[in-house]
Write a protein that binds this ligand. Sequence first.
Ligand code: GLC
Length: 421
Amino acid sequence: MKKRFALLLVVLLVLPLFAGCAQQEEGSVTITYYGRPDEKGIETTMIEAFEKENPNIKVNYVELPESTDQKLQTINTMLQAKDPAMDLFVGDVVWTPIFASADWVLPLDDYLTQEEIDEHVPGAMKAYTYRDHVYGIPFFTDGGMLYYRTDLLEKYNKSVPTTWDELIETASYIMAQEKDPNLYGYAGSWKQYEGVTCSLTELVWSHGGDFLDKEGNVIFDSPESVAAMTVMEKMVHEAKITPPGVGGFGSGDMRALALNGQMIFTRDWPSFYSNSMDPEKSSVVGKIKYTVLPHAPGQDSYSTLGGWGIMVSNFTDNPEEAVKFAKFRSSYESQKQEALLIAHLPTRKALYEDAEIVENEPWMVDMLPVMMSTNPRPQSAYYAELSAHLQQASQDVIAGNKTPEEAVKYAAEKMKETLGQ
Ligand code: GLC
């Protein structure tokens, strides 16, 4: 009797525990998110806030490396393997055709209303659209800008250059006058990676050239492209205004020099400005201003569209939950936090009228017109390969291994080969 009673007692006590466990597991889903590096804790802060709002969804955060190319490599490997272990990820604006054409990313048309789409800066949203379907939601936008040292331009009574030749002239003049061996004229992220493609596209467009025509034919082999690459060559080999080793500069290297007061002109993304104003990072607080990049005489300035969004893997087992997080990560509140914390420019137009942004980051509002007119890099399912050829051509000119003519010819041929033309 006693034994039976004890058994019953155990069953009665233990059963609800099991029931509880089963219930908890049934309602809770874990999604794995491959996110950007956790700068100032931005990603983890957002994940915590999301989990609080959605107690049944847990987000497993995989922190991607700093370099754009390494991010692409990791994500590409997961998608190619059709691995459901990655539910969603951050995607660069240029990746949409690569993944959408392979059917690796989830179309989001059923999850977004036209009204929601229209809340974003058009170019930033368009970058996540492929053949009339939406494949991502942007959460910050980027565009190339020219930064300059106001104190040095004033000291030598020089105006802000509007053409590339003027920039080279002004930089050479100031360098010669200052006689500081640690002061350089101009730099961009010219390492052999996506960064140099961004600089090259701006140079080519601002000479009136382009990469592909409307039908997708390669039109890079042109006198305009040669003139654009000649600017690079002049800067490095003739005027010698770039820092030594510029061909190995990722965005961090170039920023470090500029923040250390060693650059007269710099090509960078918008977040550089807020870094330059931060006394903990910058020795040139208040001495940096920005404007549009130069152009060739008679041509226009161009700024390359950059930026990041969230894409959902087509191999996820949890599309509803993944989309929920994607929407949260690109929401008004999240973008606002990202703007205030790490100076990323929102893609949501309404944020440029948000009282806190206007008050704390007025420069963002000032940059909006440039962000509204940024130009997209060539859109192609073979973007990664096309960009690699352009990177190689730039590297060859920077290293002095090819003339601009040879480099342009080489890249154009490689591009045609890639596209089967
Ligand atoms: C920035 C831009 C991105 C670009 C990358 C190049 O992250 O937002 O669009 O591809 O720089 O490194």
